[in-house]
Design a protein around this ligand. Sequence first.
Ligand code: C5P
Length: 218
Amino acid sequence: EEVPVLTVDGPTASGKGTLAHELAESLGYHVLDSGALYRATGLAAERAGVSFDDGAALGRVAAGLKLRFTDYRVWLGDEDVTDALRWESTGQLASRVATVPEVREALRQLQLDFRRPPGLVADGRDMGTAIFPGAPLKVFLTASSLTRADRRHKQLMAKGISANIESLRDDLEARDARDKTRPTSPLTPAQDARLLDNSEQTIEQSRDLVLSWWAERS
Ligand code: C5P
């Protein structure tokens, strides 16, 4: 029997990562944070001095990524990049390499390999449309841009980093615009996705709603 996959797609800072981890924990499934692969590619390309206009070279960086996920850390080669991957500047690099078809193709198999028993919760932008189009439940998670900027602001404050909500909102709207308008695998809900706006919901409410959808999936 096929290993079940639940996909969670949506815009920047919509809460996908948190929801995906909660769902994976409840179901005892693996989790794929596909954004981390694009972030790692952006970081590795910048460090290697590769031009962001050179699609073939960026594709080679993606294909050669030495990325390892341990319990709570992510390693690029023998460097712990857990924190560097979360930087907003890395998110911007990620959204630039994510427009490159060679990069998306190189990361495709890597993402498919995360599908292992007993199941997978995959979060990103195109999990339901391009990578796991046959998934029995596809969630498209949204939240207002003000809510998203506010959550990002609180995360940064918790880390002792000061930031301006207006400029955070500008940054995430710029990233959303790039993700939605690129020709290859743009950010858009799958035709059969269930839409969930979590602006006014707690994480527990969102998790329980999705778990009820999962229990009823066909
Ligand atoms: O989800 P996260 O913010 O970590 O993703 C970083 C960037 O990687 C996104 O802005 C998007 O451009 C890209 N991405 C993508 N497809 C995915 C996951 C992420 O294009 N499945």
